[in-house]
Design a protein around this ligand. Sequence first.
Ligand code: ATP
Ligand code: MG
Length: 384
Amino acid sequence: MEKVIIIRYAEIHLKGKNRGFFERMFVANMEKSLKGIRHEIRRRSGRYLVENFDGAETDRIVKRLKKVFGVHSLSVGFKVPSDMDEIYAAARLVCDGSGSFKVETHRADKKFRLTSPEISAQIGGRLLDGDPALKVDVHEPDFVINIDLREDGTSLVFNKFIKCADGMPVGTAGRGLLLLSGGIDSPVAGHMIAKRGMMIDCLHFHSYPYTNMQARQKVMDLAGVLSEYNCGIKVTVISVKHIQEEIHKNCNGAYMVTLLRRFMMRLAERLALNDGDQCIITGESLGQVASQTIEGMTSSNSVVEKLPVLRPLCGFDKNEIIERSRNIGAYDISIRPYEDCCTVFLPDYPIIKPKLADVLAEEAKLDVKGLLDEAFATAEVTEL
Ligand code: ATP
Ligand code: MG
């Protein structure tokens, strides 16, 4: 009897002609996520099986595969020859202690001598005989024992369906650059876009020494959370310290955030075009804070020349974003106290609905190109 993990995939089956491409990417991503753990992944009529692994590694494998986009659900169980004694022995092992249960059988192997209801009845009967604490309840059982008789003469026996990440395999929908701050929103935005199959790179702006090293570590930890879904991640950090100093020195302080945002977007587009990213992704949500009005977005958007800017959280309430942040395991990191560069030199009264003409007049007081070149040269890259 061999312990196996059964993997069911999500939306990939919809992709008619491109199916081969999606499946290759899917398998490659699962392989990457299981790097360092001995295993084999095999395709078996409409699903995948993880085989040949050390049973003691089961939880670790499940934990990693749960985060691979494209996996709809998985089950831990056993692969046995399609023989009633063998199936019964496996059913005993997946039997979850006491309580009510039912046996559900699927029989792809139509040549097998018993029908599905006969198999369920016989295995259920033997389980009842073997354990007085069990009882059958076909309507509302505490647990289900599933038996899958495959055409190749083997059977899969398992109990639970473990819900996984769903979505599309990362790498099937291009590549995008996520503006990753240390807050709650941007990791959620990155997760949503990665879930649609886009490979994410990250860009973080810091203002060291005005912002501290803990703030930067926090961003790396958030990138670490995303990397588990993204099959690794590249993080670039750029210093905007001098840009902020120059805005502070030369411009109306009320425009600090508005002007800084425009520098960030220009730097993001330059990096994205350099690295082959096809869009910029932000965690902005309409009206959430002073800089996220439609006027604020117009001002920062107007410096982006070639790429689309995706704002997947635009229509979400903060509560919805927090719930997603918890679900992906980012929340506890995001709420660590820190200073973002946007809070350095923060004016008492920021412009909430900046007029583009006024923004341009303030920006004209700066050597924009020189500041961009200088900031871009501070870029440091880390691969997680
Ligand atoms: P978050 O929770 O993502 O920090 P927020 O509600 O604090 O968002 P802002 O600070 O206005 O909102 O930032 C809006 C978006 O701009 C962020 O979601 C992020 O995509 C980008 N951004 C802000 N600060 C930085 C930074 N220091 N580095 C990279 N991107 C940033
Ligand atoms: Mg923020």
